[in-house]
Design a protein around this ligand. Structure first.
Ligand SMILES: NC(=O)c1ccc[n+]([C@@H]2O[C@H](COP(=O)([O-])OP(=O)(O)OC[C@H]3O[C@@H](n4cnc5c(N)ncnc54)[C@H](O)[C@@H]3O)[C@@H](O)[C@H]2O)c1
Ligand SMILES: Nc1nc(=O)c(N)c(NC[C@H](O)[C@H](O)[C@H](O)COP(=O)(O)O)[nH]1
Length: 221
């Protein structure tokens, strides 16, 4: 399975403000670049923190990209995947609508009534892990369902987790020309953090976009 991360952050590394609401850091060119990346994957993954903060849809904006996917025998839109240990994804949320497939990755800790409500809303549940979602196990289950290329969009907790479990091949980040600040604001990689054996990247390209820069890396083995 190929796993790529793409996110947008301020110059000071924040994904949002301390209010953890959705902030438009990307400009039109970068949002189109995100749409292009989404068109090229089988699933787009976010954590429950992002679902609760942004109510994201995670489908394609460009109708021509959707048509090209259909012309090549693929679904119009990539599947949407939520990493959500206890099944807190709102069944009425945009991510559960019928625009695209939805997988919710839960752990054994997800109450049955929440699992039932999500299935009723059309989501397919994958159970992996006792308390937190066991990402390698869950991603294996996604691969068995034909999902070979995943885009991780965030947030900071999930991004750190996929890097920590050595699941990531590429990381691309748009650095917007703004400062958000805030000791409690989410950053590109939150979680426990490394104190040794930091994750090493190889810089591939630097591109000026929307008054900021897109940095593209290969994640070293
Ligand atoms: N700028 C961007 O590109 C971008 C992208 C996505 C989200 N965001 C922002 O990030 C914030 C949300 O980020 P966040 O870090 O709070 O939440 P998140 O979206 O990373 O979700 C993390 C949560 O997922 C659950 N989880 C279950 N198993 C897990 C595992 N194995 N590893 C990690 N998480 C696991 C936990 O409840 C955890 O708290 C919001 O403010 C959102 O607007 C910004
Ligand atoms: N690339 C990028 N630039 C941003 O400025 C920003 N705020 C996000 N945030 C990513 C997060 O996953 C959002 O929730 C989805 O980008 C919403 O996706 P939809 O438009 O609902 O499909 N991502």
């Amino acid at each position: 399975m190929d796993v790529v991360i793409n996110a947008a952050m301020s110059v000071d590394g924040k994904l949002s403000s301390r209010r953890r609401e959705q902030i438009k850091i990307s400009g039109p060119e970068d949002f189109d670049r995100v749409d292009r990346i989404r068109a090229d994957v089988d699933g787009v993954v976010v954590g429950i923190g992002t679902v609760l903060a942004d109510n994201p849809h995670l489908t394609l904006d460009d109708p021509e990209r959707r048509q090209r996917r259909r012309d090549t025998g693929r679904s119009s839109d990539p599947a949407r995947v939520v990493v959500d240990s206890r099944g807190r994804t709102p069944p009425e949320g945009r991510i559960c609508d019928d625009a695209a497939e939805t997988y919710v990755l839960v752990s054994d800790a997800a109450p049955e009534e929440r699992r039932h409500a999500l299935r009723e809303a059309g989501a397919e549940l994958i159970v992996a892990g006792a308390q937190r979602v066991d990402l390698p196990m869950a991603f294996d289950q996604l691969e068995k369902r034909g999902i070979d290329r995943l885009l991780i969009e965030g947030g900071g907790e999930l991004i750190f987790s996929v890097i920590e479990t050595d699941l990531v091949d590429e990381l691309t980040v748009f650095v917007g020309s703004l400062v958000i600040g805030g000791r409690d604001a989410p950053t590109l990689a939150d979680g426990e953090g490394f104190v040794t054996n930091f994750s090493s990247l190889s810089l591939e390209t630097v591109e000026q976009v929307d008054g900021g820069v897109v940095l593209s890396y290969i994640v070293d083995d």
